[in-house]
Design a protein around this ligand. Structure first.
Ligand SMILES: [Cu+2]
Length: 123
């Protein structure tokens, strides 16, 4: 009876969360600081906030990509096809993975939240 609650619970928490309030909380509590003016081309970072990926316009092939999850639920960065990349990021956590070695556009999604999609452009 309770076997299929996982995804339903995820959606329920999404629907009941005050989206903008949570965003403020996340900003205030963030330990990450960004220094403006530093070369951002070397900073390859995907940020997940409010169930949305923020992805650089493009990343170098084979780059180490840092994924930061600012949300209060876990997310994944999972390539739509193949096993090019598939990492899970716990709430508030940061993980890294290696960008594909071949240039191209890699669509990806979040496993628990299929509505979360984006594309990693590797050049
Ligand atoms: Cu997600």
């Amino acid at each position: 009876m309770a076997a299929k609650t996982t995804q339903a619970d995820s959606w329920r928490s999404r629907l009941t969360c005050p989206r903008y309030n949570r965003c403020d909380v996340v900003r205030r509590g963030s330990a990450t600081t960004t220094t403006p003016g530093e070369s951002e081309s070397n900073e390859v970072t995907i940020t997940i906030s409010d169930f949305t990926y923020s992805v650089p316009d493009s990343v170098p092939a084979g780059a180490e990509i840092t994924v930061t999850n600012s949300d209060e639920v876990g997310h994944t960065v999972t390539a739509d096809s193949g096993d090019t990349f598939d990492v899970a990021v716990e709430p508030g956590a940061t993980v890294t993975f290696t960008a594909p070695e071949s240039a191209g556009e890699y669509a990806f999604h979040c496993i628990p939240h299929p509505a979360m999609t984006s594309t990693l452009v590797v050049e």
